[in-house]
Design a binder for this molecule. Sequence first.
Ligand code: SF4
Ligand SMILES: [Zn+2]
Length: 467
Amino acid sequence: MSMFEDIPVDVGVIYEGERIRKNDMHIELGGPKNDKKFELTRVKKPEEIEDGKTTIIGPDIKDMEEGSTHPFGILIEVAGEKIEPELEGVIERRIHEYCNFIEGFMHLNQRYDIWLRLSKKSFKKGFNSFQYMGKVLQKLFKSELPIIEKIQTTFITDPKKVQEMHAEALQIYEARDAKARGLKDEEVDKFYGCTLCQSFAPTHVCVITPQRYSNCGSISWFDGRASARVDPKGPVFEIDKGELLDPVKGEFSGVNDSVKKKSLGEVTKVCLYTAFGYPHTSCGCFEGAAFYIPEVDGLGLVHRGFKEVAVNGLPFSTIADSTAGGRQVDGFHGISIEYMRSPKFLQADGGWDRVVWMPASVKERVKDFVPKEVVDKIATENEAKTIDELKSFLKANNHPVVEKWKEIPVVTEAAPEAEEAAPTMPVATVPTLPITAGGYKIILKDAKIYAKKVIIKTIKSEKTEKR
Ligand code: SF4
Ligand SMILES: [Zn+2]
């Protein structure tokens, strides 16, 4: 690309799916090893911006040791006559895409969760300064979004400064999210869709409604509206709600039509407020996931930052792999944290009355939005680390799911420590279950699956967005 003649590595869409393994990385920025990381976009007045400027606060790439990992922040400030503050969220979300255009550069996730790596190869080619990164981002932003008239970029690697700005960023994210709260799906005619993640998950379409925040947690309904307005041909588009087909599950004819079109016929039906049946697809950068726990007939929640294993013995990465890639998987469901604050949160499945376990840190973030009657009945890793501990906790606290156990004979008191000898019980009942094996795809319709033991293994796929 001649536009990037002065950059020592290539820049283009073809590098988007690139993964950089630990052994190939020169440096790592953010990610699970660093608590503090963020990316933020702010809309400014034209006179507040020095167009084309890149500032580096802290050590530059060339000052960093090979194999090292660093706290990190990216701040993009933009100005333009037609830019409203509501565009901050969607401009910010494009940082992910544009960083990934850089040869030998990887960007995962969003907001406070970013994870970047630069390859040894690209470093050797001369990509040794954030100045280059600033130039690439500035050029891409201006060419892709012509409403941006002025742009300046700041990269922060100084740990103290990252920490300080991280705290400010969290407040700004919260203010953005809070704005969409209170608006109901019934009160609007249009939803918005996003296909930004199709480079990783080709059949994935996010449906963004006031009460179902995007999976990545960075695009609200207001953000979607602002983006579709200024860039109607871009990855964020308008969806006519159409007819309400199922108010509990959240099925709309217009959503079905739009998703079908944008997934090239792969996904034909989506119910917005459920993790079963025809759930919303999951790409790979969702902030958290809901997972079905058959032993208690409840749902667990887990977020990307949770470093222990969830109560079912699986780490976030395995749970995420079970649903990523643009699929509709029963009982494994990618979601945002903000969606947990929605009154429509998994309402078809029982909402919060069905949630039995979640990490304490997420509970802390959303507890004000959980009905008072149930909030203390939901276990965290502090109360339950195993299914057995969970069962006892739920029983002792008379969680609403306990009522339902009577319908499942196996989870009664009659069979106490008979874990191994326990009769088989349905692990899942699913309308469609795709199984991929040896190059074949087998689809079971209306299957009831019985198992003595369930082993879930990660299938390595370049299409998923995390490792
Ligand atoms: S998770 Fe959804 S809303 Fe967020 S960037 Fe991906 S497709 Fe768009
Ligand atoms: Zn995604």
